[in-house]
Design a protein around this ligand. Structure first.
Ligand SMILES: [Zn+2]
Length: 254
């Protein structure tokens, strides 16, 4: 664990002790890999399988709200929580999906078509099709090449957004209407382009909960990492870490 993460834990726990600012709304949890060892992973992007299973047990208790797929969120101010995965790691199929399916929890896997078939640890196209058939699994896009989309010109931006969606829809034979922003890099302009490209919901990397007034193409998302123990997870799922957004800057202001 990095020293900074230890510091954030301390702050979050102190805030939790004084009562976290619990507001209802849609909370989106952001995961990457589950149970795999990623080469060089200083950010803790791979959550251990046992920890993930315990986290999903906590979600299925309903304590943090109704678990919804990103595209199925009502975003009406009621307590909802979504489980999302970025990048398209193979362990979404082999490790995470069986845990989620056992608990009948919906989930959203946002994949980068340009990374599929690039070899392990990513999914292949046939594996993605298999994953899409797991009950409760929603497939979304995560850019075409994993470029930062907020800095692209209009033409390249439109291509990343439309082409990723088209490739996924062609392969899966079903509509793709959600996405997550690669590197969390988004802006108002990028959100407008995503809407024009046919998306209805998109998650960024800003911590926090989403009320009815939140731009649905710039949904706040709380990242879960391998350093999080059960207490950290419960704190993140209930808002004790939302102060972290102060360090981040809201893409809705860009
Ligand atoms: Zn990514």
């Amino acid at each position: 664990m990095s020293w900074t993460h230890g510091l954030w834990k301390t702050v979050a726990r102190a805030r939790g002790a004084f009562g976290s600012p619990e507001r209802p709304g849609l909370r989106v949890l952001g995961y990457h890999a589950v149970g795999s060892t990623l080469p060089g992973d200083p950010y803790g992007l791979s959550t251990p399988a046992e920890a993930f299973a315990r986290q999903m047990d906590l979600l299925s208790s309903g304590r943090f709200g109704k678990t919804v797929p990103l595209g199925g969120a009502k975003l009406d101010g009621g307590a909802e929580i979504a489980v999302t995965f970025d990048d398209g790691y193979r362990d979404a199929l082999t490790t995470a999906a069986p845990i989620l399916a056992r608990l009948s929890l919906p989930f959203s896997v946002c994949v980068t078509p340009g990374l599929l078939d690039s070899g392990r640890p990513h999914l292949s196209w046939p594996e993605l099709k298999e994953l899409a058939l797991v009950p409760g699994c929603e497939i979304g896009a995560h850019g075409l090449t994993h470029a930062r989309l907020d800095g692209l010109g209009a033409e390249d931006l439109a291509r990343e957004l439309s082409e990723s969606r088209r490739r996924l829809e062609d392969a899966l034979g079903r509509a793709v209407s959600v996405m997550t922003w690669p590197h969390g890099a988004a802006s108002r302009r990028a959100a407008d382009a995503a809407r024009a490209a046919g998306y209805s919901r998109a998650g960024c990397s800003l911590y926090g909960v989403n009320g009815p007034d939140r731009e649905p193409l710039l949904l706040k998302r709380t990242e879960i990492v391998s350093f999080d123990d059960e207490r950290d997870f419960a704190g993140k799922a209930s808002g004790a870490w939302d102060w972290f957004a102060l360090r981040q800057g809201d893409p809705a202001n860009r």
